[in-house]
Design a protein around this ligand. Structure first.
Ligand code: BES
Ligand code: MN
Ligand code: ZN
Length: 483
């Protein structure tokens, strides 16, 4: 199904649409259009009296050109509808119309508030599904869904912007949802190359020989078992008029499939590890979205691609290698591979001259145990930089929660045979991952590590998300840099 989004600023009675969706809650001022106002009052009363709980369909007021008017109540009983509740109601209202074949939907968003970007996102993002391998999905392809937002004129530019951002979010979701037999290392490199070309960014790929020359042994060790060699891809954006000397480096974990390697994972849910490149997809697609705004700051994206498979050439538990910064690493568990590929990415960010690094990685199951499937963990070495990410999180609804990096916990990564072990003990696994990465952060560089193992991928649908990849991180990074 094709989706078109547009805005409408004319009078309501002249609007031609299958369904006019009206969202109401305590905050919604009643309407200047008197017919709508009296309907809204009636609905409000019925909800307060407990007669009505979710939606009510009205026939067309005489003289109006729309097919029907549908009221959706968000939270009339409470004081305020939370932003999430409104997002979900928007998604629900479109699904409701679609299921009845009303494919031209107009949503009245008469709330002048800072969350408008999220309402636009919710409407468009909730229409995503990954069904290209479903034979039954072929039937619907010629249909078009039109989502029309009834907003003040000043929002039409914002709507255009959000449509572009959501395109990037959905591209990230496609990359993550594609199975590893399709989205392999070459596929990811080509996706990055295409974005670089279309967005006029400098594109570099370090292949196996170049990784060897640079001593990028983390990537080489992890990727040794895959039939496609590991590589590191860089996209660079240099602004015409930089406003300062900052150089933001976005770093993404790009394990196209994580079987665990020789320390192989259990079979249950292993298939979800096709999404272990969600960090690199987020970074790549955020880059695509953000450079459209031509921000006055230097930005690079680094993606570390490898496939973690068992093989006669694969790394073994007990192997020791020397990382790019000279530290020796003991591979206690080949399933703790993300931190190994990121060690080279962090080092490379230093080579590029990064002043600020933000890495995005599906790094630890422990982070999911700690924060659940919908909240990412954030750690780092600089309060100001971490707070910037937390602010972007608040604005976008992509939730982050800060975890500490207590330096006395570093002893859990001690090993008698090398400078650092790649796993800690049983406890605090997300923090151990962060502490490992910290050893490879270039000097005098502000660094934040975002562990997205939970929110990157969801086996069930929730809120505005269909099951599968969420594109988590794209909107967060976009907000971080474009503000
Ligand atoms: N890619 C996984 C982490 C993961 C788990 C992502 C669940 C998404 C959902 C990572 O490479 C991994 O295997 N981590 C290990 C680390 C352990 C061996 C210290 C883990 O979490 O079990
Ligand atoms: Mn792993
Ligand atoms: Zn992994």
């Amino acid at each position: 199904m094709k989706i078109i989004s547009s805005s409408y600023v004319g009078p309501l009675h002249q609007l031609r649409t299958d369904a006019l969706v009206v969202l109401i809650d305590n905050d919604t001022p009643l309407f200047t259009e008197s017919k709508l106002d009296s309907m809204a009052k009636e609905v409000t009363k019925d909800v307060k009296d407990g007669i009505l709980s979710s939606e009510r369909v009205y026939s067309v007021p005489s003289g109006w050109k729309c097919g029907r008017v549908i009221f959706f109540c968000t939270s009339l009983q409470k004081n305020n509808a939370s932003v999430e509740k409104i997002e979900n109601t928007i998604a629900q209202s479109i699904a409701y119309c679609k299921s009845r074949g009303w494919l031209d939907v107009s949503i009245l968003l008469n709330r002048d508030n800072e969350n408008m970007p999220r309402f636009f996102d919710a409407a468009i993002m909730s229409q995503y599904s990954f069904v290209r391998y479903k034979s039954s999905s072929k039937k619907n392809t010629d249909k078009t869904l039109k989502i029309n937002f009834i907003v003040e004129k000043k929002y039409s530019a914002l709507l255009k912007e959000r449509v572009e951002v959501v395109e990037s979010v959905n591209l990230a979701r496609n990359l993550v949802n594609e199975p590893a037999n399709v989205a392999d290392i070459d596929y990811m490199v080509n996706a990055a190359k295409k974005i670089a070309k279309d967005s006029k960014l400098k594109f570099t790929v370090l292949n196996k020989a170049e990784l060897e020359k640079r001593g990028y042994n983390g990537l080489l060790t992890v990727g040794a078992g895959g039939h496609i060699s590991p590589c590191m891809v860089t996209l660079e954006y240099i602004p015409a008029k930089p406003k300062n000397k900052d150089h933001i480096c976005l770093l993404g974990k790009g394990i196209v499939f994580d079987s665990g390697g020789i320390s192989i994972k259990p079979a249950a849910d292993m298939w979800t590890m096709k999404g272990d490149m969600a960090g690199s997809a987020a970074v790549l697609c955020a880059m695509q979205a953000v450079v459209k705004r031509k921000p006055p700051v230097r930005i690079s994206a680094i993606m570390c691609f490898a496939e973690n498979l068992p093989d006669s050439k694969a790394a073994r538990p007990g192997d020791i290698f020397t990382a790019a910064n000279g530290k020796t690493v003991h591979v206690d568990n080949t399933d703790a591979e993300g931190r190994l590929v990121l060690s080279d990415g962090l080092f490379h960010a230093g080579k590029l001259g990064a002043t600020h690094i933000a890495d995005f990685a599906t790094l630890t199951g422990a982070c999911v145990v700690a924060l659940g499937e919908r909240i990412a963990g954030i750690m780092g070495n600089d309060d100001g930089w971490i707070n910037k990410l937390l602010d972007a999180s608040d604005a976008t609804g992509e939730r982050l929660w800060r975890l500490p990096l207590p330096q006395d916990y570093r002893t859990s990564l001690d090993t008698p045979v090398a400078d650092i072990n790649n796993v800690g003990g049983r406890w605090g696994g997300a923090i151990n991952g962060g502490l490992f990465l910290q050893e490879f952060v270039p000097e005098n560089t502000k660094w934040a590590h975002v562990d997205i193992a939970g929110p990157a991928f969801s086996q069930k649908k929730w809120g505005i998300y269909s099951e599968g990849a969420t594109g988590f991180g794209v909107r967060l990074i976009y907000n971080l840099i474009s503000n």
